[in-house]
Design a protein around this ligand. Structure first.
Ligand SMILES: Nc1ncnc2c1ncn2[C@@H]1O[C@H](COP(=O)(O)OS(=O)(=O)O)[C@@H](OP(=O)(O)O)[C@H]1O
Length: 351
């Protein structure tokens, strides 16, 4: 989830009818639509003094200040949740963590992981993903902590599939030292910023023009939620090399190019490999199709529902690899590429 359903001048309401509908439709699964931000801890938390002491950036519209904490920029409103998660979240050994930088394929990876893990529990004709957005099926840990709704995570039966956008070094030791596998997805940074800019400019409450050139400037300075993107990716990448059984490092572009291979790797990694029979029956292809962009984008829940100002359809735009070419001048692309090269030069990692 890239963005909260909250700022000071945001409407904080969800559509109760739709929420109810979601609840009704997934009865027995214990899943529910993610909550609105009414119970946000905000700056009244015990972390207030710390948070207020951090450098701030207010350049992102509509009014999401971000703060720099331990070399990464975080939404101010989410920081209490991140800090509380860091301190208090205790994973179960059976948990599976879906981690990513924003706009890198999170929604897709959540849908795939959830579907793979629960393939014997839900049939395709009566599946939570038909009634809930992938972010509802795979809750973001820090979001629920920020809303003081962490108890919800406890109610979910094992194996839980949970999500996070925080950098690897912000995961608590209880997570990094646990058995639970982490699947991480990265995406070419130029496509990431194009995707994020589109999302930000779609907010109905956008209160000022926000030129793409400004978004690129902030992005290049690392002043973007969860950024800098390069450091985020490198933390997970280097740790995946050190602990290949703990972290599966996926690339959006490779998944797009060969989703079947991606799904097989994912299933093997999280300990849910496909049997000969499942493969013979075309289950892998079915999961790829079920979680495909067109399928998810065209579900009513993703066309019409949402939480506050974040409509579910913000998570489904075009899904095109290299869409940056339709938005960036050669100069913009060169600027981003130069930073990418500098940041990655001795890491062994390439996009
Ligand atoms: N199923 C599926 N398959 C392939 N691609 C998909 C899928 N679902 C979403 N998308 C595209 O992923 C982009 C959104 O990234 P995230 O899901 O990471 O966004 S978020 O951080 O959770 O807000 C965003 O990319 P852009 O279209 O380039 O903006 C989405 O369209």
């Amino acid at each position: 989830m890239a963005n909260p359903s909250v700022t000071s001048n945001f409407s904080l309401t969800t559509n109760p009818l739709k929420e109810k509908e979601g609840e009704e439709m997934v009865k027995g699964s214990k899943l529910r639509p993610r909550p609105s931000a009414k119970k946000l801890i905000g700056l009244d938390s015990k972390y207030k003094e710390l948070i207020c002491s951090l450098e701030t950036e207010e350049g992102w519209p509509p009014a999401f200040p971000i703060r720099k904490y331990q070399d990464f920029w975080q939404f101010e409103w989410l920081l209490p949740g991140i800090l509380s998660m860091h301190e208090n979240f205790k994973p179960r050994p059976s948990d599976i963590l879906v981690a990513s930088f924003l706009k890198s394929g999170t929604t897709w990876l959540k849908a795939l992981t959830f579907t793979i893990v629960h393939r014997n529990k839900y049939s395709f004709s009566c599946h939570p993903l038909l009634k809930l957005n992938p972010h509802d099926c795979v809750p973001h840990i820090e979001y629920h902590y920020a809303l003081q709704d962490e108890q919800y995570l406890e109610t979910l039966p094992s194996p839980r599939v949970l999500g996070t956008h925080v950098q690897y070094s912000m995961l608590s030791e209880s997570v990094t030292a646990s058995q639970c596998p982490i699947v991480y997805i990265c995406r070419e940074p130029k496509d990431v910023i194009v995707s994020y800019w589109h999302m930000v400019t779609r907010y109905e409450c956008l209160n000022r023009p926000f030129p793409f050139t400004r978004a690129i400037e902030l992005f290049c300075e690392g002043r973007v939620p969860y950024g800098p993107v390069w450091d985020h990716v490198l933390e997970y990448y280097t740790n995946s090399l050190q602990s290949p059984k703990k972290i599966l490092f996926l690339k959006y572009e490779e998944m797009m190019n060969d989703p079947i291979d991606g799904v097989m790797r994912l299933a093997n990694f999280i300990g849910c490999p496909f049997s000969e029979e499942e493969m013979k029956n075309g289950l892998v292809e079915e999961i790829v199709e079920f979680c495909s962009f067109n399928k998810l984008k065209n579900l009513d829940v993703n066309k019409y529902n949402g939480i506050g100002n974040v409509k579910n359809d913000y998570f489904f735009r075009k899904a095109i690899v290299g869409d940056w070419q339709n938005h960036m001048t050669a100069e913009m692309a060169t600027k981003v590429d130069k930073i990418t090269k500098e940041k990655l030069h001795d890491s062994g990692f390439t996009y």
